[in-house]
Design a protein around this ligand. Sequence first.
Ligand code: NAD
Length: 371
Amino acid sequence: MTFKLLVLPGDGIGPEVIAQARRVIDWFVARRGLKVEIEEDLLGGASHDRHGTFLTEATKARARAADAVLIGAEGGPKWAHLRSGSGPEARSGLIRLRRELEVYANLRPIKAFAALSQESPLKAEVIRGVDLVIVRELTGGVYFGEPRGIEKLPDGTRRGVDTQVYTTPEIERVARAAFELARTRRRRVASVDKANVMQTGVLWRQEVQRLHQAAYSDVTLENVLADNCAMQLIRDPRQFDVIVTDNLFGDLLSDGAAMIAGSLGMLPSASLGAPDARGRRKAIYEPVHGSAPDIAGTNAANPLGAVLSVAMMLRHSLGLGAEAELLERAVEAALASGLRTADIAAPGTSVVTTAAMGDGVIAALEAAARG
Ligand code: NAD
């Protein structure tokens, strides 16, 4: 069956990194018989410039009809003023699309690449062998809770309100995704909350513990406070296998943990919905980074987060684990050959363009196919 993929390059460096991801998909089509039908559409600022909204109804419909969506990045200073207030444009197209597809489990793998051990700001002996996944709840919590907005007070000052809210089903389904993932790995889950100060944290902890006792007692569960987790990720990241946490903490902790991989530009992600009757899940694949307006248009962005997102798509949506590993090994080989975009280059060493890093990955795939 042909796999239907919707590609939304978005803004800033989004189109630049997605161009390299598409070359990789084309390679799997040409050399490994992958059957994929690709549609491309606008998202974010690019969509706003053309249609007056970050996400059109037509794009939403295309995303619903697709087997998966591959996204670059969205946003930038040109459109930042549209995001204040409480109207529909106050939320990015990406956030609306995640909600529309109900992709509640956001998997963010963090790996230390041996070739980059000297480039990370963390010590090589601290990050050696790190292999963890942050499972971030993606469609609830403070990014969606109501009421939200900014209001004017009678004395002329203003008040901003966001609401952190979670329900039992929202916690249970993401915790289930984390326990299931842990069963395919080292069978350890760290559940991260602020149960010491937040009511949503108390509920989070109780629901995760209840599910653990009922269905996943073969997995080791520990509860970690979010502030302590931030510290432990820097002090001793090897202690973690799967981390499950809410939308806000997951956002912060995964950006921090990016430094283990050397750069935000290295990190891929998969956002998965509930399995349907045939076991298929709605899915969005995207690099973790944003649109990086500071380097957009300079062919300097690191495309490996986008390329590794394709590997996650091969694994999670297409069930092609061996092909995913082939691509991950090609990325490692490209790094081992010395290729570095600016974000992962040691000071004074030579730097390659976005496209040249893409060339390196394709060359490594070719070498692996020959070898
Ligand atoms: P950012 O991730 O775009 O950039 C942070 C820093 O990391 C910048 O210095 C940037 O140059 C660097 N960087 C990011 N990706 C890189 C890559 N692939 N290669 C090399 N360097 C890279 O975050 P920001 O600057 O806080 O946000 C910029 C815009 O992106 C904002 O409009 C924000 O709303 C948006 N944003 C979008 C997403 C998304 O689409 N998923 C995520 C975060 C931020």
